[in-house]
Design a protein around this ligand. Structure first.
Ligand code: ADP
Length: 393
């Protein structure tokens, strides 16, 4: 089955074409366009390339196109990208201005150009559909809650992949299968051994998620991706009173405050060096106190959220690291897990230092009661798998 994954940015269009089967996922082609103002010519050129390279006979040869949609009003899951999806994206365009309008336009282009090809949307919020009301509700007036303001959570595709892969690594087929079927069948019942995972997705954008027997119980991100851990240049969690206070004291508008929280905050704002973890680490190693402080804040925040899920799940079998920082930064992984011997966490520093650049591996000692693992992320592949399951169901 040929599945195209379309990654739509407000000024970019990237794609990957997979040949999917029950047992295999082969990447056939990938490509992309920058400085995009209209998707239609990009799609035309992409199809020409894919046909020219012999991957497709024509656009209609595609079995499905998958879209990693971010946030929909009153809609989540892995669903056919129909009018309902377009309305849901439009309903929250103010909350995800860089993503939702782009996906509405992109999905419409595919609808027009390849009407017979199935379109599937995988919402980034999908993995959190079964989080309890208590864990997803903010203490705000009813009129605000009625607008849909609550915790949603993001990086759903990535954390769900971790849920599946950690269950496989523990040899728990029932949980691995539960995760695979989650968006098709829902969670159902599970009565086997506990599989509690604290999943740390640490990259340009970061989140920590608690996963119990394959199903998320909560995550650090809330109403928008502007929450939780400090992000590369976005703020993460912030007390709401800071905004009116800053507007008054600095004489800036709410829009300007929002821009600064969106572009000049996070690891960039704290370090004053860069939004890239490598630059910040180099600066910290060279004695830059602000860079070191940024790293300290980041590590404290990861531990804060990890600790919260450890407590809520009554323990953990696995702590997992993924994405650019999680996969490469052994010093940060070590710092996140420091001092947890009392909980049974023991890092094997040699294995930890060697598990970098896309390598999967266990970085805890054999006698560590909580397994600490590194699992490479591959978002497009994760999305292709979900789209394949949706089309098959
Ligand atoms: P995104 O969230 O943008 O998809 P990635 O998952 O690719 O991002 O992660 C990007 C981040 O990973 C950057 O901050 C980058 O500095 C960090 N990173 C990549 N390699 C390393 C490394 N060797 N050590 C520390 N951080 C790294």
């Amino acid at each position: 089955m040929k599945i195209l994954i379309a990654n739509l940015g407000s000024t970019s269009f990237k794609y990957r074409l997979f040949e999917m089967s029950d047992t295999d996922a082969a990447l056939l082609a990938k490509g992309g366009f920058e400085r995009v103002t209209e998707y239609t010519p990009c799609i035309e050129e992409m199809l020409e390339t894919l046909v020219g390279e012999g991957h497709l006979l024509s656009g209609e040869d595609l079995d499905a196109v998958g879209f990693k949609t971010v946030l929909g009003k009153d809609l989540s899951g892995c669903v056919k990208a129909d009018e309902r999806v377009l309305e849901a994206l439009d309903g929250f365009k103010e909350v995800a201005p860089a993503h939702n309008p782009a996906y509405v336009e992109g999905i419409r282009c595919f609808q027009k150009m390849l009407p017979e090809v199935t379109r599937v949307a995988l919402f980034e919020t999908a993995f959190y559909q079964w989080v309890s009301l208590a864990a997803s509700t903010y203490a705000i007036p009813k009129a605000w809650r009625d607008l849909g303001i609550r915790r949603y959570g993001f990086h759903g595709a990535s954390h769900k992949f971790i849920a599946e892969r950690t269950a496989e690594l523990l040899g728990n087929d029932a949980v691995a299968d539960r995760v695979r079927r989650l968006y098709v069948d829902g969670p159902g019942e599970y009565t086997g051994d506990p599989v509690r995972v604290i999943s740390c997705h640490l990259g340009g954008s970061s989140s920590v998620t608690g996963i119990q027997n394959g199903v998320s119980i909560g995550t650090s991100m809330g109403f928008s991706p502007q929450s939780g851990l400090p992000q590369n240049n976005r703020v993460g969690d912030l007390d709401s009173m800071a905004i009116p206070y800053v507007c008054k004291m600095l004489g800036i508008t709410v829009e300007e405050a929002e821009r600064q929280l969106n572009k000049e905050s996070g690891m960039l704002g704290l370090s004053g060096v860069s939004n890239d973890a490598r630059d910040i680490e180099d600066a910290a190693a060279a004695g830059n106190a602000d860079a070191q402080h940024a790293l300290d804040v980041q590590i404290d925040s990861i531990r804060h959220w990890a600790g919260s899920f450890f407590f809520k799940m009554g323990g953990a079998e696995v702590i997992s690291f993924t994405a650019g920082i999680g996969e490469n930064d052994s010093a940060l992984r070590s710092a996140v897990c420091a001092g947890l011997e009392g909980f049974g966490v023991k890092i094997d520093e040699v294995a930890n230092a060697q598990t970098i650049r896309g390598k999967e591996g266990v970085i805890s000692t054999p006698d560590s009661t909580i397994k600490v693992v590194v699992i490479p992320a591959n978002e497009e592949l994760v999305i292709a798998r979900e789209v394949y399951r949706n089309v098959q169901s």
